[in-house]
Unconditional design. Structure first.
Length: 195
């Protein structure tokens, strides 16, 4: 399968032609420098909160893998990692409204401090699903860290503990987030350009 090669972090770029959104213009929403600075701040906050403990970070695949890798490398505490894979988007740019579990965690989280790492919280549907799924296993605590929060559309009955950035309700790609499985490797975060 042929992959289109995207330029490295220009101010604007277009979605690869092999995507159903091919040719659509993208513009920088958050630069690589802004993201890395905020990730370091989040790691410091989390390290302070969990000093002397060994939490387990559960990354939500596929979108959170880059954020989680950068985050845990900046921590000043012991930790473990695991991953879960769910789907609520398919190949669309909006949630389907249904969450499907594609890969469950393998770790025993009973009596553990759990930190779920999300790339983005938009409607809140997936984090509600994840929270309920984790609480069934009897952890000591469940916290959430997300790089991005669409605060204006998220409907939650609990708070997100650590938020990188509040962003408007726009479809975003880069830094782990994709469009049709492409553009995840960009260091900056891009949004579909508004006309």
């Amino acid at each position: 399968m042929e992959c289109d090669v995207a330029p490295v972090d220009p101010q604007e770029l277009t979605v690869p032609v092999s995507s159903q959104f091919g040719g659509q213009a993208l513009e920088v929403l958050l630069t690589q420098e802004q993201i890395q600075q905020r990730v370091a701040e989040l790691a410091e906050e989390i390290s302070h909160r969990y000093q002397g403990k060994c939490p387990i970070f559960i990354g939500v695949l596929n979108g959170s893998f880059i954020f989680m890798a950068d985050l845990v490398r900046k921590l000043d505490i012991d930790f473990e990692v695991d991953f879960i894979k769910i789907s609520s988007y398919g190949s669309e740019t909006a949630s389907t409204g249904t969450v499907r579990l594609l890969k469950d965690i393998s770790a025993n989280i009973t009596d553990r401090e759990v930190i779920i790492v999300e790339d983005i919280v938009d409607t809140g549907l997936t984090v509600k699903f994840l929270r309920n799924r984790m609480l069934e296993a009897g952890p000591t605590s469940v916290a959430f860290v997300t790089l991005l929060l669409k605060n204006e559309i998220a409907i939650l009955d609990f708070s997100i503990d650590y938020v990188g950035f509040n962003i408007p309700d726009r479809f975003v790609v880069g830094y782990g987030l994709d469009v049709d499985q492409k553009l995840r490797g960009l260091g900056s975060l891009y949004a579909f350009k508004e006309s």
